[in-house]
Write a protein that binds this ligand. Sequence first.
Ligand code: NAD
Ligand code: UDP
Ligand code: UDP
Length: 378
Amino acid sequence: QTTTKPPPTPSPLRFSKFFQPNMRILVTGGAGFIGSHLVDKLMEDEKNEVIVVDNFFTGSKDNLKRWIGHPRFELRRHEGVTVSVTCLLFVDVTEPLLVEVDKIYHLACPASPIFYKYNAVKTIKTNVIGTLNMLGLAKRVGARILLTSTSEVYGDPLVHPQPESYWGNVNPIGVRSCYDEGKRVAETLMFDYHRQHGIGCPQYSTDAFMISMHFATEIRIARIFNTYGPRMNIDDGRVVSNFIAQSLRDEPLTVQAPGTQTRSFCYVSDMVDGLIRLMEGDNTGPINIGNPGEFTMIELAELVKEVITYSQEAALCLISPKVEIKMVENTPDDPRQRKPDITKAKELLGWEPKVKLRDGLPLMEEDFRLRLGVSKKI
Ligand code: NAD
Ligand code: UDP
Ligand code: UDP
């Protein structure tokens, strides 16, 4: 089989990788909330070398501070020059990136509505050009690439709970479209690269060795549902971080009207476990990764009051909690319901979440207390 396209320049490290045991893993968006927990987990395996690229828009070097200076960890600049990990460098996935890696976890993209709406055009560029660049990179070096897509691809869903086969109900011109349509295009790009450069489709025939190496684009797509846990930005605007920060600051919990809209919240360690299983397994996806426990925003506010405020007050002889719930205006196109159907994740990945919301909230509370400097009132 021959094609008209000239063969791409083979990456020298593609050869050397066969002679060295370490797995080089790129995590884009690795300084963010989920990305930094993923880095922690990947770094536990001594065979993994982890490279993080991030533009630090919503992420922070603090999230990675335990790895700064570690011999198996690098922050990189996009020219491909290795730099001291203590340097503060800015890497944007909308720029071409030259690194030699075996696997790519592509997370880079702001996830909180207030941040992704802040510069909507940049969000689209990140989703479209950023994913294109990561796919170009994956194709050149023969790396497997996992995209963290989102439950937002289902929009304001008319099917409940949402299976992967549901095509969604998305407003293409709304204020959330930069994110949800951006992720939908990112998924499309993933599958088009897979189909066009997939296994069994060597791009050129002149070099038998290269064909046997399969410069294939092996893809994995996770559709992530709302995730929470330590290291979320305190003022990030998402509902769980807002409610916990508000309750620790003795401020009213701002439930956006009508408050009957639902979400399903997955603790971050479960999420990371699901992402790694997806990457290591044989299925392209898309696969929903999320916790099917479904809560209205009023129920969530009540639970936060009970678990966080009340536990504080309980230590002070069961004085009733003083934190109030305040109904505030909502933003346009807010999905009314969201709950993952995780049949595929269970069957294909052997994955299901372990941490209940009631158990995960106190773990996040601990982290928020430290960062806000609010001690327990005992
Ligand atoms: P986050 O905002 O904490 O992390 C995103 C990271 O990407 C940040 O470190 C940010 O600085 C970086 N980034 C953003 N734009 C970039 C760019 N152009 N170049 C390089 N780096 C860039 O968000 P998160 O909650 O950790 O989400 C991670 C991924 O998971 C995102 O792709 C998001 O869409 C997806 N996701 C998250 C959730 C959730 O509930 N947290 C739900 C669905 C999907
Ligand atoms: N790309 C990259 N790193 C690489 C290889 C490619 O960032 O190691 C980028 C490249 O700049 C291009 C995109 O990925 O914009 C898509 O690359 P591909 O080779 O698929 O497409 P082409 O360059 O042929 O348009
Ligand atoms: N929300 C809320 N109070 C807040 C922030 C958000 O009631 O302070 C609601 C919001 O209207 C939405 C849900 O919580 O229905 C989840 O919002 P979030 O921004 O966390 O994530 P989304 O699922 O919308 O991306």
